[in-house]
Design a protein. Structure first.
Length: 274
């Protein structure tokens, strides 16, 4: 899957549709500089990217990297119709085997699978068709709508092909993280987390390490610090009260944790960013 760090969000460039007869081939291209999203509605594409085969049957999609060559591995065996969409990002991106560790809230990470089945394909095709219809319009509103449609397409791919939906450990990690975010203001223990989720605390920790690269306690501490940052910047509340509101038991402990994770003390952080 691909990991995109935002902002900035990936941006739409252009799109289209094509139909290959039996025996048709996708053009050979090398390092085209944009991501190439392919969604096949009938037939199948048989491609190769950087030496790795990629098959895209009807009702499936694939995203080709901007920095590798791709070509036809096998000509189409039947008439094949597909949509194509080029997008890119000015932010950082990478290909990862699984979801990355928790990130600070100033930026966020989302993951888009490289390929897979489209479970609600008609809505996906409808958005691609809307992009084509907007090509003929030259207004700023049309360009803005194209960018919005790209974000909707990427969100649909992330939600439909969620790794968590296929992996019970990642699903449990998501559930644990959601509970920690809801309850960060009060003291929390592994025992309470275990009772709420009905799993042993060690197993929950294992799942969160797999999903986020950290323990539940580390996740909770980082989330509390992010909430404290917002209060330091956007309110005039005393720092001691902010420590209490974000779930830190004592003021000295809050200062130690904040300094460790941000490299600055809470008072200095407030002075710098307000």
């Amino acid at each position: 899957m691909f990991r995109f760090t935002s902002p900035p969000l990936p941006h739409y460039i252009t799109s289209g549709e094509d139909t290959y007869a039996a025996g048709g081939k996708h053009p050979d291209r090398s390092s085209i500089g944009v991501f190439d999203l392919l969604a096949v509605t009938r037939g199948a594409l048989y491609l190769e990217e950087g030496g790795s085969p990629i098959s895209v049957p009807a009702g499936h999609f694939a995203i080709l990297r901007p920095d590798r060559s791709h070509k036809t591995a096998i000509p189409c065996k039947e008439e094949t119709h597909f949509y194509w969409l080029h997008f890119h990002t000015l932010g950082s991106w990478s290909e990862v085997a699984e979801r990355e560790p928790y990130m600070q809230l100033e930026s966020f990470v989302f993951h888009v699978p490289r390929s897979g089945e489209l479970h609600t394909r008609e809505s996906f095709y409808e958005r691609l068709q809307q992009l084509l219809e907007l090509q003929s319009e030259v207004t700023a509103a049309a360009r803005f709508r194209q960018q919005a449609l790209l974000q909707e397409l990427l969100l649909q791919l992330q939600e439909e092909s969620s790794t968590a939906a296929k992996d019970p450990q990642l699903a449990l990690a998501d559930e644990a993280a959601a509970y920690l975010r809801r309850s960060y203001r009060k003291p929390l223990s592994y025992k309470e987390l275990s009772e709420q989720l009905h799993f042993h605390a060690n197993y929950i920790a294992l799942c969160m390490k797999k999903a986020f690269g950290c323990t539940p306690l580390d996740y909770l501490t980082r989330y509390r610090i992010e909430q404290a940052k917002q209060l330091l910047i956007h309110t005039g509340e005393p720092i001691g009260k902010i420590a209490e509101e974000t779930g830190f038991l004592t003021f000295p402990y809050f200062v130690r944790c904040f300094s460790k994770h941000t490299g600055t003390r809470p008072k200095e952080f407030r002075q710098r960013y307000r």
